[in-house]
Design a protein around this ligand. Structure first.
Ligand code: PMP
Length: 447
């Protein structure tokens, strides 16, 4: 089929807002992938630093995972969890062994939105409370319930999907309430170490008092849950000040709520130093939701919680036809093995730090690169008009850099409150040579 015909069908028969094309001026027609590389229909190669939105964790068509999938495809594709089959127990054991006590009970879904929907339902059943708090700029999914949790304005609809959902200020030290210039020197940390005196972060204090204020005004009663990503993803790799999550978890628990870590982007070693993003904040959530990297692009999601919270379903059974089917479990199991055998988490830390350091040099070179941040391969590059105003770089300039980077052979993502942040979330198998290639391409594009 010709490219024009493909685009015609896409325009006429696919909903453009549920299937928005990212490089809309000159779309990429993807044909094939291997590890960190993609090829278009004309045979042009791209370094994929967006990984199908932080999803292809161990590389496109990773041979080990492909072999595991092929083996399972020949044995059994599907049956549902109403039966006992080895793959689901084996995977449940493998997955929960990666989480600390008492997070040992799993529910399988097909996506991150479903996992978060289930988390809200369970939190409400468990606590008997209704209200849920999320952070401004967050993305937690596209289902009716998850769009309520999501606060990122681009994904909000003028209908009441958000009953009982409230947003508190995102503790963004670059573009939030806080106008200070600290917490910006070292871009390679999960949480931004603060240079306020002594061991006391003014930005953190401000965001915590905003939350306390919310507990006296908008939600003065007891709550069901607090949701946060350990590093905000779609929001633009936003990192929180040290102790923010720790103090927030304490306040939430005092209000009767449970704490939920959305690890849909940050889980499975992406942040490098830890397998789960929450571990970088020194907190223990009551529930962890995950998807994306869990099965390298095979549709799967999960929620892991404590046995006590899981018992909330004694008040009503929950069923999911595909969640945890044999094929999904076999693929996801092989993803965990591959991350471990091929030291992908370690690679994420090493190449991520290398990339962040290189990007920080570009930040010092160009007035329009306002902030470089992230951890491992969860990276954000926030673009500004100038470093003093920190006003977002206009969309047209963002689009130009984005398209030029692609034309020079590298795919990256875009996000942030105003679409002003480039996002780098590559497969965890990229090399330092790949990082050098991207840095030189990005340098030219920004120039
Ligand atoms: N949570 C986060 C942090 C996400 O980034 C996403 C997807 N971008 C979701 C939840 C929803 O996942 P899915 O698209 O698989 O429903």
């Amino acid at each position: 089929m010709s490219k024009d015909r493909l685009l015609d069908i896409r325009r006429n028969n696919c909903n453009p807002m549920t299937m928005k094309i990212t490089y809309y001026k000159k779309p990429v027609f993807i044909n094939q992938g291997h590890m960190q590389w993609l090829w278009d229909v004309d045979g042009r190669r791209y370094l994929d630093l967006f990984a199908g939105v932080a999803t292809v964790s161990v590389g496109h068509c990773n041979p080990k995972v492909t072999e595991a999938a092929e083996k399972q495809l020949r044995r059994l594709w599907h049956t549902t969890p109403i039966y006992v089959y080895p793959q689901i127990q084996e995977y449940a054991e493998k997955l929960t062994s990666l989480l600390p006590d008492p997070l040992k009970v799993v529910c399988f879904t097909n996506s991150g939105s479903e996992a978060n929907d289930l988390a809200v339902l369970m939190a409400r059943l468990h606590t008997g409370n209704f209200d849920v708090i999320t952070l401004r700029g967050s993305y937690h999914g596209g289902s009716p319930q998850a769009t309520g949790l999501t606060s990122n304005a681009e994904y909000k609809y003028p209908i009441p999907s958000s009953m009982g959902c409230h947003n508190t200020m995102c503790p963004d030290v670059f573009r939030g309430l806080w106008g200070g210039s600290h917490c910006r020197d070292s871009p390679v940390q999960t949480i931004r170490e603060c240079s306020c005196s002594p061991g006391h972060c003014q930005a953190n204090d401000m965001y915590i008092s905003e939350l306390k204020e919310m507990f006296t005004t908008t939600v003065p009663h007891r709550i069901a849950a607090f949701f946060a990503e350990p590093i905000q993803g779609v929001g633009g790799a936003v990192q929180f000040p040290k102790n923010y999550l720790k103090e927030t978890y304490q306040l939430v628990r005092e209000k009767g709520g449970i704490c939920i870590a959305d690890e849909v982007q940050t889980g499975f070693g992406r942040t490098g130093s830890h397998f789960w993003g929450f571990q970088g904040h020194d907190v223990l959530p009551d529930m962890v939701t995950m998807a994306k990297g869990i099965a390298n692009g095979f549709p799967m999601g999960a929620l892991v919680t404590t046995a006590e919270i899981a018992r909330s379903f004694a008040k009503g059974v929950h069923f999911n036809t595909f969640g945890g089917n044999p094929l999904a479990c076999a693929v996801a199991s092989s993803v965990i093995d591959t991350i471990k055998e091929d030291r992908m988490q370690e690679n994420s830390a090493e190449v991520g730090t290398y990339l962040l350091t290189g990007l920080a040099k570009l930040r010092d070179k160009y007035e329009i690169i306002g902030d470089v941040r992230g951890k491992g391969l969860q990276i954000g590059v926030e673009m500004v008009k100038d470093k003093v105003s920190r006003d977002p770089l206009p969309c047209e300039a963002m689009a130009e850099i984005f398209e030029d980077t692609k034309d020079m052979g590298v795919l990256i993502g875009k996000g942030g409150l105003y679409g002003q942040t480039f996002r780098i979330k590559s497969p965890m198998c990229i090399t330092k040579d790949d990082a050098d290639f991207f840095l030189s391409v990005f340098d030219q594009a920004v120039q």
